[in-house]
Design a protein around this ligand. Sequence first.
Ligand SMILES: Cc1ncc(COP(=O)(O)O)c(C=O)c1O
Length: 430
Amino acid sequence: MTRVFDDDLASGFGTRAIHAGQRPDPLAGAIMTPVYLTSTYVQDALGENKGYEYARGKNPTREAFERNVAALELGRHGFAFASGMACLDSIMKLFRSGDHVICAENVYGGTFRLFDRVLQHFGMTFSYVDTRDAQRVADAVRPNTRAILLETPSNPLMRITDLAAVSTIARQAGALLIVDNTFASPYFQRPFEHGADVVYHSTTKYLNGHSDMIGGVAIVNDDELAARLQFVQNAAGAVPGPFDAWLALRGTKTLHLRMRQHDANGRRAAEWLAALLGEEHVFYAGLSSHPQHDLAKRQMTGFGGMISIELGTRERAAHLLGRVRVFALAESLGGVESLISHPASMTHASVPVEVRARLGITEGLVRLSCGVEEGDDLLADLERGFEGMPQRGAAAPGRVPAEGEGRVAGGESPRRPTERLDDTSASCDP
Ligand SMILES: Cc1ncc(COP(=O)(O)O)c(C=O)c1O
């Protein structure tokens, strides 16, 4: 079973990011873990091998990555998968028909889709709860509740859940607390320190950080749980190829450096946007106006580069998405490059429209993933994006224009938004 090297855990984050899980290759002493492109391993004799039999079960490149991320989360065992969704699907195979899961009502749309459109048909039941309120989580517990699953900060509304409070509820219920830590990354938040049982990531995002692979990884502390998850990993086989594991391992070496810059750019952009649009229209836990800022400060050490903004109408969202140039209009997040997206028609299109409306995933909601470019260039790009933006009140009768809205730069006369967003026919809703 892939277990962290205990002596890695004594080092600081940056040292773990670069070295944890990796030892010079025994053949040539290669300082960087080689890509083990093999599907099988020669056996010395019947029943005798070097610890490797077949690469679905174990691959040295993948193992190095699994140990590395486990050490970053200060967990004990890591398991890599072919995507974040493959990872979650494998975690859910720890449960069985008849089990009940409490899921945060605001999660990545694909998580909701997996539960609602796939796993439900296998006899599992799900309750969707506003996990910002621990009492609601407690009220949703049933005798057959086996897991509580959440994201904090959540995608895309940046809701924060009190991990310690919910982990107490999970323990009392005899359920596992499963935390999607994709948005914060282990650099800013380590859910095991607050009582989580399973932590997982879409590796595709901050861990890899370069938008050039798809992957997922789960980390657990408990040896028995790890044995079960390893069984599923091998039995179901949703594993990454060695090259993707190697890319992700290369990515984590700079996680600490990238996260500091994502955070610096995220804070600057959030403050700039709050001054422009009004604090109530900017969702970023690093802003002191965020209703859960104090909780976020208690369980996170930084806030990263993810920001959502409410622009009031699809027309205003399309205007911004069509004008920015450094922020690329694309799905995904967490890469070195800045991205901008429209959750309602992209990442959360599979969430029913009435649920989206209730949660606040509106046609006017825009999500930004601030990359690690120069902060000045990101602000200049946003300024360009807001030039000539139709007034909030004009586009949505009855809505009060936000404080400070008159400060939109440029003062161009209202113009037709570009058609880039409006053509959603090709939206792939990954
Ligand atoms: C928070 C979160 N979790 C999980 C996933 C799924 O990961 P993947 O796209 O690698 O399957 C995503 C994808 O956007 C995500 O944003």
